[in-house]
Design a protein around this ligand. Structure first.
Ligand code: GLU
Length: 504
């Protein structure tokens, strides 16, 4: 690696919400920057006004904040290379494009959209469906390479619409070493004369991206594989300007769970999992669901994402952001597309919920409940239920009986276990419980065991009934702990009520 300071950027276009693949790109940039004592920058690439979506920039910034991916420079953050939104940099791009024309690396093209459509149609009719404006076809089109200098000047003076196109060199091998993919070689004859500067006075993505990466002193360009085909043009542009070329790393695609194609924004809700970090409501009223609102913790989401394309080379799977920073390297990012795995994603969430201290989990649980519980009770509920939950809301659904009394007892749950003498047995057990002076898990358990011995009954004949009377369910954590949590009075009331219902 060169000894230049590491400066990397995440450069989303605000054309909609940020797909989780975009979050992964941001994450890898962030991890790479932190690992190398570098700077992570966010730059908004909004030069394509036709694809601009209201609210998308705020969405991107909020989502990254939720993920804990914090930039040192960016919109709303500042930095010495700003502004960090390309539309705010608009006035400076044109001169760069004109400079390229002056040095014969680019040219003015005056062909109208209709004229180009006609040429394209003609080519199609002649069996060439993929017509391009390139180093062959440009010689017969309306541009500053074919028109006389006077004609060009006259057109410019008259304010005729034009674009500036890259003058792609003929038959030149463009080669670069991608950190993830190794050597990439493309012959310039396969590249078209891309538009660099548009007739609306805006640079295209390609031009603005190169200029900004240069001016912002970007050392490494880490971005999705879909940009690999643009890399040769970018390299030629750096060279055309006489600028240093940054290092490149093109990240593997995120694939659908079955490995069949790229994970697209519509897949998520269709296949039953979110593809966005947070909810997004589109202007036409369509809602796309996000991980935050689905109840995922940001660190679980990030841990999962880190593994989509990278691995640490060890068995360890749970990594905090700091641990990811320590372990991360681009050399351990694979070339092959990474399959998204919804079950594994849930597994990560489950692990994070389990390892969260009850104290912290209790606060989240309290926020989900409308009824007031004291912190101690919430912590106990969390302690009892966290092994059975993936999301905070599961603690409530799975452990609803810890939050409120069961009102209806569904007898069918216990039908097989409730025998003729069960009512008497449970009434006796209730009396036994009532007589306990110390009411906690261990004392209840001791009393329960001696009760079974006395009655000469097995655990299976009594414990499920006890659970049913106290909770209305057939499954859950230790009954002795549940009883301790509920307290003697509550247990008595519930058993009384439960027995009454079973009597009917
Ligand atoms: N604006 C591009 C995008 O939306 C950035 C590509 C790049 O990082 O060069 O993904």
């Amino acid at each position: 690696m060169s000894d230049k300071p590491v400066r990397v950027r995440f450069a989303p276009s605000p054309t909609g919400p940020l797909h989780m693949g975009g979050v992964r790109t941001a994450l890898y940039n962030y991890l790479f920057a932190k690992k190398n004592n570098g700077t992570f920058i966010i730059r908004i690439e909004d030069t394509d006004q036709t694809r601009f979506v209201e609210g998308a920039q705020d969405y991107i910034m909020d989502a990254l904040t939720w993920c804990g991916i914090e930039a040192t420079e960016g919109p709303g953050i500042g930095g010495e290379y700003g502004p960090y939104v390309q539309s705010e940099r608009k006035p400076m791009y044109k001169q760069y494009a004109i400079d390229l024309v002056t040095t014969d690396k680019a040219y003015y093209a005056f062909d109208t959209a209709e004229e180009l459509d006609a040429v394209r149609e003609q080519a199609k009719a002649m069996g060439m469906p993929n017509w391009q404006y390139n180093n062959v076809t440009r010689t017969s089109l309306k541009n500053s390479l074919t028109l006389s200098a006077d004609d060009v000047k006259a057109k410019l003076d008259a304010g005729e619409q034009y674009v500036i196109r890259m003058k792609m060199p003929r038959n030149e091998d463009v080669r670069f070493q991608d950190i993830i993919r190794g050597w990439v070689v493309v012959n310039s004859n396969n590249l078209d004369d891309k538009v660099l500067f548009k007739s609306d006075g805006m640079p295209t993505y390609h031009l603005a991206n190169i200029i900004d990466d240069h001016l912002m002193k970007i050392s490494h360009v880490i971005r999705g594989e879909e940009w690999l085909p643009s890399a040769p043009l970018h390299i030629l542009l750096y060279k055309a300007f006489g600028w240093d070329v940054p290092e490149f790393a093109h990240l593997p695609l995120l694939l659908r769970p079955d490995g069949n194609g790229k994970l697209s924004k519509r897949d998520g809700d269709r296949l039953g999992f979110p593809v966005f970090p947070t909810d997004w409501l589109s202007a036409d009223g369509e809602k796309y669901s996000g991980y935050r609102e689905a109840g995922y913790f940001p660190d679980a989401f990030i841990n999962m994402l880190a593994f989509l394309g990278w691995n640490p080379g060890t068995q360890q799977e749970i990594f905090s952001m700091d641990e990811l920073v320590q372990a991360f390297s681009l050399e351990r990012v694979g070339k092959a597309g990474a399959k998204f795995d919804a079950d594994k994603t849930k597994w990560f969430q489950q692990q994070y919920l389990r390892k969260m201290p009850n104290k912290e989990l209790a606060i989240l649980l309290g926020e989900e409940l409308d009824k007031g519980f004291d912190q101690e009770a919430l912590e106990k509920i969390c302690g009892l239920m966290k092994e059975r939950a993936t999301f905070v809301k599961d603690i409530i659904t799975e452990g609803i009986y810890l939050i409120e009394r069961p009102t209806v007892y569904d007898k069918s749950i216990i039908a097989k276990k409730w025998k003729e003498n069960s009512y008497e047995t449970m009434t006796e057990w209730k009396e036994r419980l009532m007589s306990l002076t110390e009411f906690n898990g261990p004392t209840i358990e001791i009393a329960f065991k001696s009760f079974l011995e006395m009655k000469e009954m097995g655990v299976g004949a009594v414990l499920p009934l006890f659970r049913f009377l106290l909770t209305g369910t057939a499954m859950g954590p230790s009954m002795f702990e549940i009883a301790e949590y509920l307290g003697k009075d509550e247990c008595m009331d519930r058993m009384f009520e439960g027995l009454k219902q079973m009597e009917k």
